[in-house]
Write a protein that binds this ligand. Structure first.
Ligand SMILES: [Zn+2]
Length: 341
Protein backbone atom coordinates (compact mmCIF):
# COMPACT_ATOMS: atom_id res chain seq x y z
CA UNK A 1 0.00 0.00 0.00
CA UNK A 2 2.75 2.44 0.94
CA UNK A 3 4.64 1.55 -2.20
CA UNK A 4 1.57 2.28 -4.24
CA UNK A 5 1.19 5.69 -2.57
CA UNK A 6 4.84 6.52 -3.23
CA UNK A 7 4.41 5.66 -6.91
CA UNK A 8 1.29 7.87 -7.14
CA UNK A 9 3.14 10.76 -5.51
CA UNK A 10 6.09 10.44 -7.91
CA UNK A 11 3.76 10.31 -10.90
CA UNK A 12 1.86 13.32 -9.61
CA UNK A 13 5.04 15.43 -9.07
CA UNK A 14 6.22 14.61 -12.57
CA UNK A 15 2.81 15.46 -14.09
CA UNK A 16 2.36 18.75 -12.22
CA UNK A 17 5.90 19.88 -13.10
CA UNK A 18 5.23 19.12 -16.73
CA UNK A 19 1.91 21.02 -16.66
CA UNK A 20 3.76 24.18 -15.53
CA UNK A 21 1.58 27.32 -15.75
CA UNK A 22 -0.81 26.02 -18.40
CA UNK A 23 -4.29 26.15 -16.82
CA UNK A 24 -5.75 23.41 -19.05
CA UNK A 25 -2.96 20.95 -18.27
CA UNK A 26 -3.17 21.73 -14.53
CA UNK A 27 -6.88 20.93 -14.69
CA UNK A 28 -6.12 17.63 -16.48
CA UNK A 29 -3.68 16.71 -13.69
CA UNK A 30 -6.31 17.55 -11.07
CA UNK A 31 -8.86 15.26 -12.72
CA UNK A 32 -6.31 12.49 -13.11
CA UNK A 33 -5.16 12.48 -9.45
CA UNK A 34 -8.25 13.69 -7.53
CA UNK A 35 -11.12 12.65 -9.78
CA UNK A 36 -13.49 9.73 -9.33
CA UNK A 37 -11.28 7.41 -11.39
CA UNK A 38 -8.01 8.46 -9.74
CA UNK A 39 -5.59 5.88 -8.27
CA UNK A 40 -6.23 7.37 -4.81
CA UNK A 41 -9.95 6.66 -5.09
CA UNK A 42 -9.09 3.12 -6.15
CA UNK A 43 -6.84 2.68 -3.08
CA UNK A 44 -9.60 3.99 -0.79
CA UNK A 45 -11.92 1.30 -2.12
CA UNK A 46 -9.31 -1.34 -1.25
CA UNK A 47 -9.10 -0.23 2.40
CA UNK A 48 -11.87 -2.66 3.29
CA UNK A 49 -9.68 -5.58 2.31
CA UNK A 50 -7.06 -4.66 4.91
CA UNK A 51 -7.04 -5.96 8.47
CA UNK A 52 -8.49 -3.82 11.23
CA UNK A 53 -4.95 -3.11 12.52
CA UNK A 54 -3.59 -1.92 9.19
CA UNK A 55 -6.62 0.12 8.13
CA UNK A 56 -6.20 3.37 10.18
CA UNK A 57 -2.55 3.94 9.18
CA UNK A 58 -3.27 3.25 5.53
CA UNK A 59 -6.31 5.58 5.53
CA UNK A 60 -4.27 8.32 7.13
CA UNK A 61 -1.48 7.89 4.56
CA UNK A 62 -3.97 8.16 1.68
CA UNK A 63 -5.58 11.29 3.15
CA UNK A 64 -2.19 12.91 3.71
CA UNK A 65 -1.19 12.37 0.09
CA UNK A 66 -4.60 13.63 -1.07
CA UNK A 67 -4.16 16.85 0.93
CA UNK A 68 -0.64 17.30 -0.39
CA UNK A 69 -1.85 16.86 -3.97
CA UNK A 70 -4.74 19.32 -3.41
CA UNK A 71 -2.36 21.96 -2.07
CA UNK A 72 0.06 21.55 -4.97
CA UNK A 73 -2.78 21.86 -7.46
CA UNK A 74 -4.10 25.06 -5.81
CA UNK A 75 -0.63 26.55 -6.04
CA UNK A 76 -0.38 25.53 -9.69
CA UNK A 77 -3.79 27.08 -10.44
CA UNK A 78 -2.72 30.39 -8.86
CA UNK A 79 0.53 30.36 -10.78
CA UNK A 80 -1.35 29.66 -14.00
CA UNK A 81 -3.77 32.57 -13.40
CA UNK A 82 -0.91 35.03 -12.73
CA UNK A 83 0.88 33.75 -15.82
CA UNK A 84 -2.22 34.24 -17.96
CA UNK A 85 -2.56 37.88 -16.86
CA UNK A 86 1.11 38.53 -17.55
CA UNK A 87 0.74 36.96 -20.98
CA UNK A 88 -2.35 39.03 -21.76
CA UNK A 89 -0.59 42.28 -20.87
CA UNK A 90 2.38 41.34 -23.02
CA UNK A 91 0.24 40.37 -26.01
CA UNK A 92 -2.05 43.39 -25.78
CA UNK A 93 -1.40 46.24 -28.23
CA UNK A 94 -2.78 48.90 -25.85
CA UNK A 95 -0.12 51.34 -24.72
CA UNK A 96 -1.38 52.42 -21.32
CA UNK A 97 1.20 55.23 -21.17
CA UNK A 98 -0.41 57.11 -24.10
CA UNK A 99 -2.38 60.28 -23.16
CA UNK A 100 -6.18 59.82 -23.41
CA UNK A 101 -8.09 61.03 -26.45
CA UNK A 102 -9.75 64.35 -25.59
CA UNK A 103 -13.58 64.26 -25.72
CA UNK A 104 -15.35 65.99 -28.64
CA UNK A 105 -16.45 69.48 -27.62
CA UNK A 106 -19.05 71.72 -29.19
CA UNK A 107 -18.53 75.44 -29.76
CA UNK A 108 -20.60 78.59 -29.55
CA UNK A 109 -22.23 79.86 -32.72
CA UNK A 110 -20.34 82.98 -33.88
CA UNK A 111 -23.52 85.09 -33.56
CA UNK A 112 -24.13 83.83 -30.04
CA UNK A 113 -20.49 84.36 -29.05
CA UNK A 114 -20.58 87.94 -30.41
CA UNK A 115 -23.81 88.64 -28.53
CA UNK A 116 -22.32 87.29 -25.29
CA UNK A 117 -19.20 89.41 -25.68
CA UNK A 118 -21.20 92.60 -26.35
CA UNK A 119 -23.37 91.82 -23.32
CA UNK A 120 -20.25 91.40 -21.21
CA UNK A 121 -18.85 94.78 -22.35
CA UNK A 122 -22.11 96.56 -21.46
CA UNK A 123 -22.48 94.68 -18.19
CA UNK A 124 -18.98 95.82 -17.20
CA UNK A 125 -20.16 99.39 -17.86
CA UNK A 126 -23.07 98.92 -15.43
CA UNK A 127 -25.87 98.15 -17.91
CA UNK A 128 -28.65 95.63 -17.28
CA UNK A 129 -29.50 92.99 -19.91
CA UNK A 130 -33.24 93.09 -20.77
CA UNK A 131 -35.36 90.75 -22.89
CA UNK A 132 -38.95 90.84 -24.16
CA UNK A 133 -41.47 88.93 -26.29
CA UNK A 134 -40.78 88.29 -29.98
CA UNK A 135 -44.54 88.35 -30.71
CA UNK A 136 -45.40 91.98 -30.00
CA UNK A 137 -48.39 94.26 -30.22
CA UNK A 138 -48.67 97.32 -32.43
CA UNK A 139 -48.34 99.71 -29.49
CA UNK A 140 -44.95 98.48 -28.27
CA UNK A 141 -43.45 97.87 -31.71
CA UNK A 142 -44.73 101.08 -33.39
CA UNK A 143 -47.03 103.53 -31.64
CA UNK A 144 -44.97 104.04 -28.48
CA UNK A 145 -41.94 104.61 -30.71
CA UNK A 146 -43.59 107.62 -32.36
CA UNK A 147 -44.85 105.56 -35.31
CA UNK A 148 -48.65 106.16 -35.40
CA UNK A 149 -50.77 103.90 -37.68
CA UNK A 150 -50.50 106.02 -40.86
CA UNK A 151 -46.83 106.93 -40.43
CA UNK A 152 -44.95 106.39 -43.74
CA UNK A 153 -41.84 105.08 -41.94
CA UNK A 154 -43.79 101.90 -41.06
CA UNK A 155 -43.45 100.82 -44.70
CA UNK A 156 -39.69 100.57 -44.27
CA UNK A 157 -40.06 97.85 -41.66
CA UNK A 158 -41.61 95.08 -43.83
CA UNK A 159 -43.54 93.64 -40.92
CA UNK A 160 -44.78 90.06 -40.48
CA UNK A 161 -48.35 90.62 -39.22
CA UNK A 162 -50.14 87.98 -37.16
CA UNK A 163 -53.80 87.81 -36.03
CA UNK A 164 -55.36 90.81 -34.28
CA UNK A 165 -52.82 93.56 -33.69
CA UNK A 166 -50.08 91.01 -33.11
CA UNK A 167 -46.89 91.02 -35.14
CA UNK A 168 -43.34 89.68 -35.06
CA UNK A 169 -41.23 92.48 -33.63
CA UNK A 170 -39.26 94.31 -36.32
CA UNK A 171 -36.64 95.60 -33.90
CA UNK A 172 -35.70 95.13 -30.23
CA UNK A 173 -36.94 98.67 -29.43
CA UNK A 174 -40.20 97.37 -27.83
CA UNK A 175 -38.00 96.03 -25.03
CA UNK A 176 -36.88 99.63 -24.39
CA UNK A 177 -40.55 100.64 -24.17
CA UNK A 178 -41.41 97.78 -21.79
CA UNK A 179 -38.41 98.57 -19.58
CA UNK A 180 -39.29 102.29 -19.40
CA UNK A 181 -42.92 101.35 -18.59
CA UNK A 182 -41.86 99.24 -15.64
CA UNK A 183 -38.87 101.16 -14.27
CA UNK A 184 -38.11 104.79 -13.49
CA UNK A 185 -34.83 106.51 -14.49
CA UNK A 186 -31.91 106.24 -14.16
CA UNK A 187 -32.01 103.43 -16.75
CA UNK A 188 -28.95 101.88 -18.37
CA UNK A 189 -29.90 98.80 -20.37
CA UNK A 190 -29.21 96.74 -23.45
CA UNK A 191 -31.72 94.46 -25.16
CA UNK A 192 -30.28 91.77 -27.45
CA UNK A 193 -32.54 89.39 -29.38
CA UNK A 194 -34.13 88.10 -32.58
CA UNK A 195 -36.09 90.41 -34.87
CA UNK A 196 -38.09 89.68 -38.04
CA UNK A 197 -38.60 91.44 -41.36
CA UNK A 198 -40.07 90.31 -44.67
CA UNK A 199 -37.23 91.61 -46.82
CA UNK A 200 -34.71 88.87 -47.46
CA UNK A 201 -32.17 88.55 -50.24
CA UNK A 202 -28.46 87.84 -50.59
CA UNK A 203 -27.57 90.28 -47.81
CA UNK A 204 -30.69 90.07 -45.61
CA UNK A 205 -32.40 87.29 -43.66
CA UNK A 206 -36.06 87.32 -42.51
CA UNK A 207 -34.75 86.75 -38.97
CA UNK A 208 -31.67 88.45 -37.60
CA UNK A 209 -30.21 89.62 -34.30
CA UNK A 210 -30.17 93.13 -32.91
CA UNK A 211 -28.80 94.72 -29.81
CA UNK A 212 -29.97 98.12 -28.63
CA UNK A 213 -28.62 100.23 -25.80
CA UNK A 214 -30.64 102.84 -23.90
CA UNK A 215 -29.66 105.34 -21.23
CA UNK A 216 -32.21 107.62 -19.53
CA UNK A 217 -31.35 110.04 -16.75
CA UNK A 218 -31.20 113.76 -15.98
CA UNK A 219 -28.75 115.74 -18.10
CA UNK A 220 -27.95 113.00 -20.66
CA UNK A 221 -26.56 114.40 -23.92
CA UNK A 222 -25.28 113.40 -27.34
CA UNK A 223 -21.73 113.60 -25.93
CA UNK A 224 -22.54 110.67 -23.59
CA UNK A 225 -23.75 108.72 -26.62
CA UNK A 226 -20.56 109.37 -28.58
CA UNK A 227 -18.35 108.61 -25.57
CA UNK A 228 -20.14 105.34 -24.82
CA UNK A 229 -19.96 104.19 -28.44
CA UNK A 230 -16.24 104.93 -28.53
CA UNK A 231 -15.69 102.92 -25.36
CA UNK A 232 -17.78 99.94 -26.51
CA UNK A 233 -16.13 99.60 -29.94
CA UNK A 234 -12.62 100.20 -28.64
CA UNK A 235 -13.21 97.41 -26.11
CA UNK A 236 -14.64 95.15 -28.80
CA UNK A 237 -12.28 95.79 -31.73
CA UNK A 238 -9.27 97.49 -30.10
CA UNK A 239 -8.06 100.99 -29.27
CA UNK A 240 -7.40 101.87 -32.95
CA UNK A 241 -11.14 102.09 -33.73
CA UNK A 242 -12.71 105.47 -34.51
CA UNK A 243 -16.45 106.15 -34.48
CA UNK A 244 -18.46 108.89 -36.19
CA UNK A 245 -22.07 110.06 -36.32
CA UNK A 246 -23.88 111.21 -39.47
CA UNK A 247 -27.25 113.03 -39.36
CA UNK A 248 -30.15 110.70 -40.19
CA UNK A 249 -33.89 110.43 -39.58
CA UNK A 250 -35.56 107.84 -37.35
CA UNK A 251 -39.03 108.60 -35.91
CA UNK A 252 -38.07 107.57 -32.35
CA UNK A 253 -35.02 109.85 -31.97
CA UNK A 254 -34.39 113.59 -32.30
CA UNK A 255 -31.76 114.40 -33.31
CA UNK A 256 -31.07 111.10 -35.04
CA UNK A 257 -27.90 109.72 -36.57
CA UNK A 258 -26.38 106.80 -38.33
CA UNK A 259 -23.05 105.79 -36.94
CA UNK A 260 -19.94 104.34 -38.51
CA UNK A 261 -16.72 102.80 -37.26
CA UNK A 262 -13.40 102.95 -39.09
CA UNK A 263 -13.01 99.94 -41.40
CA UNK A 264 -11.30 97.10 -39.57
CA UNK A 265 -10.16 95.47 -42.81
CA UNK A 266 -8.10 98.37 -44.22
CA UNK A 267 -7.69 100.44 -41.06
CA UNK A 268 -9.50 103.39 -42.65
CA UNK A 269 -7.36 103.57 -45.82
CA UNK A 270 -10.21 102.45 -48.10
CA UNK A 271 -10.85 98.96 -49.49
CA UNK A 272 -13.49 96.81 -51.19
CA UNK A 273 -15.25 95.99 -47.90
CA UNK A 274 -15.76 99.67 -46.97
CA UNK A 275 -16.31 100.67 -50.63
CA UNK A 276 -13.14 102.83 -50.45
CA UNK A 277 -14.65 105.12 -47.81
CA UNK A 278 -12.65 103.84 -44.83
CA UNK A 279 -15.90 103.61 -42.79
CA UNK A 280 -18.42 100.85 -42.07
CA UNK A 281 -21.99 101.72 -41.11
CA UNK A 282 -23.09 99.84 -37.98
CA UNK A 283 -26.53 101.20 -37.10
CA UNK A 284 -28.80 104.01 -35.98
CA UNK A 285 -28.57 106.23 -32.92
CA UNK A 286 -29.90 109.40 -31.40
CA UNK A 287 -31.53 111.22 -28.50
CA UNK A 288 -34.83 109.63 -27.39
CA UNK A 289 -37.76 111.53 -28.94
CA UNK A 290 -39.95 113.39 -26.38
CA UNK A 291 -43.03 111.60 -27.82
CA UNK A 292 -41.47 108.24 -26.82
CA UNK A 293 -40.98 109.46 -23.24
CA UNK A 294 -44.58 110.69 -23.15
CA UNK A 295 -45.85 107.26 -24.33
CA UNK A 296 -44.22 105.57 -21.32
CA UNK A 297 -44.99 108.28 -18.75
CA UNK A 298 -41.50 109.77 -18.35
CA UNK A 299 -41.37 113.59 -18.25
CA UNK A 300 -39.23 114.77 -21.22
CA UNK A 301 -38.73 118.14 -19.51
CA UNK A 302 -36.93 116.41 -16.63
CA UNK A 303 -35.24 113.46 -18.29
CA UNK A 304 -33.32 112.91 -21.49
CA UNK A 305 -31.76 109.82 -22.99
CA UNK A 306 -30.00 108.26 -25.95
CA UNK A 307 -30.26 104.95 -27.74
CA UNK A 308 -28.31 103.12 -30.38
CA UNK A 309 -28.75 99.82 -32.16
CA UNK A 310 -26.63 97.37 -34.04
CA UNK A 311 -26.93 94.13 -36.01
CA UNK A 312 -25.15 91.31 -34.18
CA UNK A 313 -24.98 89.06 -37.28
CA UNK A 314 -23.21 91.77 -39.28
CA UNK A 315 -20.64 92.35 -36.54
CA UNK A 316 -19.97 88.61 -36.20
CA UNK A 317 -19.45 88.39 -39.98
CA UNK A 318 -17.06 91.36 -40.04
CA UNK A 319 -15.14 90.03 -37.08
CA UNK A 320 -14.56 86.57 -38.59
CA UNK A 321 -14.37 87.57 -42.26
CA UNK A 322 -17.55 85.59 -43.09
CA UNK A 323 -18.72 86.71 -46.54
CA UNK A 324 -21.97 84.74 -46.93
CA UNK A 325 -24.93 85.41 -44.64
CA UNK A 326 -26.42 81.95 -45.27
CA UNK A 327 -23.52 80.26 -43.47
CA UNK A 328 -24.91 81.67 -40.22
CA UNK A 329 -28.20 79.76 -40.49
CA UNK A 330 -27.25 76.50 -42.22
CA UNK A 331 -25.90 74.86 -39.03
CA UNK A 332 -23.14 73.10 -40.96
CA UNK A 333 -20.85 71.62 -38.33
CA UNK A 334 -17.84 71.95 -40.69
CA UNK A 335 -18.43 75.71 -40.62
CA UNK A 336 -19.38 76.06 -36.95
CA UNK A 337 -16.44 74.00 -35.68
CA UNK A 338 -14.09 76.70 -37.00
CA UNK A 339 -15.08 78.92 -34.07
CA UNK A 340 -13.80 77.11 -30.98
CA UNK A 341 -15.03 78.61 -27.75
ZN1 LIG B 1 -11.83 99.25 -45.66
Amino acid sequence: MLDALRTIEEEFRAAIDEAGADPERVEAVRVRFLGRKSPLTALMKQLGKLSAEERPAAGQAINQLKKSIQQSIEEAVEKAAAGALEQELQDSSVDVTLPPRSPWRGSQHPVHATRRELERIFRDLGYTIETGPEVEDDFHNFQALNLPPEHPARDAQDTFYLEGDRLLRTHTSPVQIRTMESRRPPIRMVCPGRVYRRDHDATHLPMFHQLEALVVDKGISMAHLKGTMDRVWKTFYGEQVKTRLRPAYFPFVEPGAEYDISCQVCGGEGCRVCKQTGWIELGGAGMVHPAVFEAVGIDPDVYSGWAFGLGIDRIAMMRHGIDDLRLLVENDVRFLSQFPT
